[in-house]
Write a new protein. Structure first.
Length: 162
């Protein structure tokens, strides 16, 4: 497997990652998801991606159960999640977007669903039009500024830009 550095972070990620999107819950049963993740790690994939909105959080729950059942040591892989859309079918204004409140809440919820103590990467799933001109990525520093440095490694924009 080839690995590349993530910017200046020093983090080495496999050039391929395994993302769960809605596939884990909608199309793949738990046993198959477990096998996919085990196969990926055995072949050198060290980056596993998720998001709060994938199957309204069920995808993160499934990945968390798989990590636990596989007994992976947390230092063997990198884990990311993304926030913006919310994890419920009809989110209220405080349950979506890039507000400080939502980012901190989304981070805590992802940690709970994934059954881990920290995330290596936490992305903004898309720019927030309500924050236009105010620096969308700057809002991703919210968990860090809230004293949650031990929960997150790197934060950034998953798609789009200011």
């Amino acid at each position: 497997m080839l690995y590349r550095s993530l910017g200046r972070s020093g983090l080495k990620l496999s050039v391929l990652s395994l993302g769960s999107w809605v596939t884990f819950v909608a199309q793949v049963d738990e046993k198959s998801a477990l096998n996919l993740m085990a196969c990926a790690l055995e072949r050198g994939v060290n980056f596993f991606d998720n998001a709060e909105s994938y199957a309204f959080g069920e995808s993160e729950r499934l990945m968390g159960r798989a990590i636990q059942k596989l007994g992976w040591s947390r230092d063997r892989f990198c884990l990311s999640s993304k926030a913006f859309f919310g994890s419920v079918p009809e989110p209220s204004p405080t349950q979506r977007g890039l507000s400080r409140k939502h980012l901190v809440d989304a981070c805590h919820q992802a940690l709970s669903r994934l059954q881990v103590d920290y995330l290596d990467l936490f992305f903004c799933h898309r720019p927030d039009p309500s924050h236009a001109g105010r620096g969308n990525c700057d809002h991703h520093a919210a968990p860090h500024q809230s004293g949650k440095d031990s929960l997150l490694g790197n934060v950034g924009m998953a798609s789009g830009a200011d």
